[in-house]
Design a protein around this ligand. Structure first.
Ligand SMILES: [Mg+2]
Length: 190
């Protein structure tokens, strides 16, 4: 059983917060569909990757992120792994909180393997897959999703992980993992 100090829990999203989903999409698109004009990361406007593209391309996009190996091969976002290890060392109980995908039968096992690969075996026990993050307990949730909704009032304060498509969202913002202390620590002590 995990021995956790519950007041110190920081929930951390995976996709586009720790694992670079957008870059994964670009790599697969270039390889499999070189004819598709890729929207640069800085010009992304919607949380859902495919919605920045014409509707006729949506099935092709879904085919990529629902495919075997997609989640396993994502690359970490710069500084994320180091920051998570630093938080742990400083006594913060980091739990990874990520959604599962209905139409990708490999998603859960590949996220499990990804966490083991980049953060180590012990961290696999700290992976929570939940589509509704309000149901997960924590002091803080770091997430790129500007529209987090769920069935209960969340226990956590949300810190938005900065991406071009969430710039309108107000509240504490982590623009670079290197700055985690100045953004997260004041919320932990509040
Ligand atoms: Mg995300």
């Amino acid at each position: 059983m995990l021995n956790i100090k519950h007041r110190n829990i920081v929930l951390v999203d995976l996709d586009n917060t720790v694992a670079d989903f957008d870059r994964g999409m670009e790599i697969f698109l270039r390889k499999l569909h070189p004819d598709v004009q890729i929207i640069p990361a800085c010009d992304r406007r919607t949380f859902w990757y495919q919605r920045d593209y014409p509707e006729k391309l949506h099935p092709l996009m879904q085919g990529i992120y629902n495919s075997h190996g997609f989640y396993a091969d994502l690359l970490p976002i710069e500084g994320a792994i180091e920051a998570i290890n630093e938080m742990s060392k400083d006594g913060i109980e980091v739990m990874l909180c990520s959604a599962n995908l209905r139409d990708n039968p490999y998603c859960a096992s590949e996220k499990h393997a990804w966490v083991g690969r980049y953060l180590g075996r012990d961290f696999v026990e700290r992976l929570i897959l939940s589509t509704d993050k309000t149901m997960v307990y924590g002091r803080v949730l770091i997430d790129d999703n500007p529209n987090l909704e769920g069935i209960i009032k969340p226990s956590w304060d949300r810190v938005i992980f900065d991406r071009p498509y969430n710039r309108e969202t107000e509240g504490p913002r982590l623009t670079d993992w290197i700055n985690w202390r100045e953004v997260i620590l004041p919320l932990m002590n509040a």
